[in-house]
Design a protein around this ligand. Sequence first.
Ligand SMILES: [Mg+2]
Length: 120
Amino acid sequence: MATKVLIVDDAAFMRMMIKDILTKNEFEVVAEAADGQQAIELYKEHSPDLVTMDITMPEMDGITSLKEIRKMDADAKVIMCSAMGQQAMVIDAIQAGAKDFIVKPFQAERVLEAINKTLG
Ligand SMILES: [Mg+2]
């Protein structure tokens, strides 16, 4: 069975970029969320194997959402998506349980490396 992924990013273009990389590599994108609160709801609904989580989003940011998801599921596998200059937030996210991070603009090779390492 294909690995189920939930993509979280407030920018539709970024979601599309990541979805394109994933679907070309046999992953199944089960849902897309545009903010952290929606991510929590969709996580409950779909129990994905993996989440790609943007950091900066309106309503609820990615680090808060990550923490809430980890409270529901201590085994949740979440990879953070960061922009240049967000090192401090990436460190916060890793301390909150994120497995790895990828930096925008996404490179397919690096995205797949992070995913494969996380799924281990
Ligand atoms: Mg964003």
